[in-house]
Design a protein around this ligand. Structure first.
Ligand code: PEP
Ligand code: MG
Length: 518
């Protein structure tokens, strides 16, 4: 007879993925030969008709067609289409690319970085495995193995039995790490909570700005000439953002929610279609040429190292003010509604220098204090930061003086420590595996030797400065069992991952605790 502890230690956490996502019918799969192979970026299996745009995905899905969205790469504008698809296949991008991260959040199958695929998005065709595929052709994709198949392979639904709940309850008894989730919609938050998440550790607010009712206002904000104009556009966004946060707080029902302020470079939000540019010109009272000039002025040679993260709040503090008002007002409203005291957590991204954190934090605190005083309530709130630039890790003792919590953003921290792009590295990493230079994708399994050393060092400095405050990880590594064991050993408080990886994280955290018992 095995003990609970032995049972927990025995299970391969990867098997939970199989339980939680649809898979191919094993009999049918035996006879199938893949026509291509890429990165299994989000587990599960899917089969459907090929579509080449998010709009088509949405339209075809409305007609009850099952579709696979095939794109060179996805952008936040594709989110609605991604939701409508059975699965996503991309030509470019690694495990932390937009397609991979969003698909995992949705629990949707995704195969990414298929460099063998010769794509012609404009004419809606691609070539793969010696065949030309057109819109409407059927393919099947496996987000666990990365295999791509011609034609339909029947899928079987995920099925979670009573044993699952029992094993998870046992795992919870042994783990020391708390498990939170990365979620920015109430649906994802509710799913994560159902799967055992103890709060949200990363809400990427930019995902909320792409909803059709707000993209116009964010574009107006970007194309403003003065602070007043920018504020007017932000005022339109504030109630919508507040509403989003209220729904998240309600979905989490008193669990903590860490809200990360605007992070991506602004060019990601500007229109690309002529009709949208014309519409924006009309609302802004500018000529189409003027709008195009603004758009081209936002171009950056290396946007991932450009005008993004807290740099946006340093240049446009009004953005941070608006987001702060929305967070605090939402927390006040929901605290009253659910009768629990919410303590908002605001997270400042991409900090590399303590003074820039202090600048943004001062803006946040002044705004928050004003809103709280106006409402005549008592409310504690916390301002922390992400550690995702090596300089932030190296100066963690300085940054700890201003931050109330640290969250290691290991997607960017890996990108910036290795010095290669999280979106493009897939192109050459296979040569590195073949030549045994790297054993694994460093965007999937944390590089404990280099990136891990930065985390360990930062955690030690932090503990020496502010031992009472929390440390966690929210990069995609937060759902990887070996990284979770590392986080346990380093003494982090939280790991955070996309909703469907929460059970894997709970189990891996328990296994880490059992394995490293003193
Ligand atoms: C990270 O960099 O690890 C992170 C969580 O932030 P994002 O992926 O949104 O850049
Ligand atoms: Mg980041």
């Amino acid at each position: 007879m095995r003990t609970e502890k032995e049972a927990v230690a025995m299970i391969d956490p990867r098997n939970l993925d199989t339980l939680l996502h649809p898979g191919f019918d094993p009999k049918a799969l035996k006879e199938a030969e893949p026509v291509g192979r890429a990165l299994g970026a989000s587990p599960g299996a899917a089969c459907g008709k090929i579509v080449f745009s998010a709009e088509d995905a949405e339209e075809w899905a409305k007609r009850k067609e099952k579709v696979i969205l095939v794109r060179l790469e996805t952008s936040p504008e594709d989110i609605v289409g991604m939701k409508a698809s059975q699965g996503i296949l991309t030509g470019r991008g690694g495990r932390t690319s937009h397609a991979a991260v969003v698909a995992r959040g949705m629990g949707k199958c995704c195969v990414s970085g298929c460099t063998e695929m010769v794509m012609d998005e404009e004419n809606k065709t691609f070539k793969l495995g010696g065949k030309e595929y057109h819109e409407g052709d059927i393919i099947s994709i496996d987000g666990t193995t990365g295999n791509i198949y011609d034609g339909a392979i029947p899928t079987v639904e995920a099925s979670v039995s009573g044993d699952f709940g029992r094993i998870m309850a046992w795992a919870d008894k042994y783990r020391k790490l708390k498990v939170r989730t990365n979620a920015d919609t109430p649906t994802d938050a509710a799913k994560a909570k159902e799967l055992g998440a103890e709060g949200i550790w990363l809400c990427r607010t930019e995902h909320m700005f792409f909803e059709p009712d707000r993209i116009g206002a964010i574009r107006e904000m970007i194309c403003s000439d003065t602070v007043e104009e920018r504020e007017a556009a932000l005022n339109k966004l504030e109630p919508m953002q507040q509403g989003d946060f209220e729904k998240l707080y309600e979905a989490m029902d008193g669990y903590n929610v860490t809200i990360r302020f605007l992070d991506p470079p602004l060019h990601e939000f500007v229109p690309t279609e002529e009709k949208d540019i014309e519409e924006l010109a009309k609302t802004k009272g500018k000529s189409v040429e003027e709008i195009k000039a603004i758009i081209s002025s936002l171009h950056e040679f290396n946007p991932m190292m450009g005008h993004r993260g807290c740099r946006l709040a340093v240049t446009y503090p009004e953005i941070a003010k608006m987001q702060t008002r929305a967070v605090i007002k939402a927390a006040i409203a929901v605290s009253k509604k659910i009768g629990k005291n919410i303590e908002p957590e605001i997270m400042i991204p991409l900090v590399g220098e303590v003074k820039e954190l202090k600048y943004v934090k001062d803006v946040v605190c002044a705004t928050a204090d004003e809103v709280i005083a106006e409402a005549g309530v008592e409310m504690k709130y916390h301002v922390g930061t992400m550690i995702e630039i090596p300089r932030a890790a190296l100066t963690a003792d300085e940054i700890a003086k201003e931050a109330e919590f640290f969250s290691f953003g290991t997607n960017d921290l890996t990108q910036m420590t290795f010095g290669f792009s999280r979106d493009d590295a897939g192109k050459f990493l296979s040569a590195y595996y073949d030549k045994k230079i790297y054993e694994n994708d460093p965007f999937q399994k944390l590089d404990q030797v280099g990136v891990g050393k930065l985390i360990k060092m930062a955690a030690e400095m932090w503990r020496a400065t502010r031992p009472d405050i929390h440390l966690g990880i929210c990069g995609e590594h937060g759902g990887d069992p070996t990284t979770i064991e590392f986080c346990h050993k380093v003494g982090l408080d939280y790991v955070s991952c996309s909703p469907y990886r929460v059970p894997v994280a709970r189990l891996a955290a328990a296994q880490a605790a059992i394995k490293n018992e003193k």
